[in-house]
Design a protein around this ligand. Sequence first.
Ligand SMILES: Cc1cc2nc3c(=O)[nH]c(=O)nc-3n(C[C@H](O)[C@H](O)[C@H](O)COP(=O)(O)OP(=O)(O)OC[C@H]3O[C@@H](n4cnc5c(N)ncnc54)[C@H](O)[C@@H]3O)c2cc1C
Length: 410
Amino acid sequence: MTDRYWDVIVVGGGPAGATTALLLARAGAAVVLLDRARFPRDKACSEYLSPATTPVLERLGGGVLAAIEGAAHAKLYGMKVVASSGVAMCGRFASDHGHVPPRPYSFALSRAIFDTILLRAAVREGAAVHEGTTVEDLVWDGRAVAGVAARSGNGKRKTWNARVVIGADGLRSVVARRLGLIRTSPPRRIAFTTHVANVAGVDGVGELHVGERGYVGLGPIGGGVTTVALVVPRAAVRRRRQDFRAGFFAELERYPGLAGRFERRCLVRDVLATGPFGQWARRPAVDGALLVGDAADFFDPFTGQGIYAALRGAELAADCLIPGLTPGARAPMSATMLEPYVRARRRHFAGKWALERLIGLGVGWPALAERVVGRLARRPDLADLLVGATGNFVPARRVLAPSVLARLLW
Ligand SMILES: Cc1cc2nc3c(=O)[nH]c(=O)nc-3n(C[C@H](O)[C@H](O)[C@H](O)COP(=O)(O)OP(=O)(O)OC[C@H]3O[C@@H](n4cnc5c(N)ncnc54)[C@H](O)[C@@H]3O)c2cc1C
């Protein structure tokens, strides 16, 4: 069965897909978004929106930021990192490094709420959304992507055609896989995330605890609930007979800054597992298709930049697509037409990619993490600078400068 002809098919209704659909539908394009889940749905995430996300949400309009402010949420004023010896550094967003954050705090809220706010905003702008619809394959017109084949909840398979297919289907993107674009790199880690009520000692900063065989991120998300993410090397998961989900709290107790802070009875959501990370697409655009969000690249969650990258990537995709979506045109958009998106991503994200990969590798070396955290504990100005760069409002090149990198180590 084939449907009408669309300008754009968006696969995935997470932050990347919903934002792309919203912007394109607002510009007058005929957009259909397909997601295998039904919203609200949970997502394995630490659920912190880095400070630079706020202006993107403001630009989106459509009542999105007001809806976030009106929902249960927490405000985070910085990030604390605790090394395995217990030594800790804390960086604040508001500082005197010469880069003013959009607000002195960032938002943190459940992804079930956040993603639903974005998706409903896309619907209000005119995007057609089909939940419970799993994309299984791509449809080709010669060498160009011309649509998708998807299965809905009742088991029916249907073909959808469009000028451009946007793969916004996250880490395990079926679009990127069918295009043969996936590349992987170490460190390959797996995450286990959950929600816990009444965690002791949680205040207005996010926390990252680095241990001998992984790390834990936690932070409040409003309503007395804390989101907790345990991230471990894939090899450790394969070696161990016991399921990490069952041993979740026991594993947390191994971290000096976490011992005694959790009450098992206060688990308010099942433990979700996701990974492995360290995956990116060789090219984010080909004839008839482009990739946004985690489908395009996701290296490691330590720096908490994924949602910002998803939203900003959606803006870059919309900027490139809108001029080419002329009414009545039906030919797949060529890779040449999508090239400005490829260049804009490189320009915008190159520093972020380098920083995310450097930090992701660094936390895999406990002795190195110990040294850097120790240095930053004595240099709060550098801690603020680093937290500003991972918060995406301080240019990454300021931290990647050899003089700053040297000060982090010696
Ligand atoms: C442990 C962990 C902690 C993190 N913490 C943070 C953090 O604190 N802050 C931050 O900014 N980022 C964080 N991230 C990263 C962040 O979660 C992602 O970068 C973000 O979700 C990317 O959004 P997306 O829209 O690209 O993908 P997703 O949010 O994964 O959305 C993809 C959507 O596609 C749908 N889908 C998948 N396959 C199909 C298919 N075949 N057909 C139809 N639909 C499909 C899914 O149902 C889903 O709704 C974390 C990630 C992890 C793993």
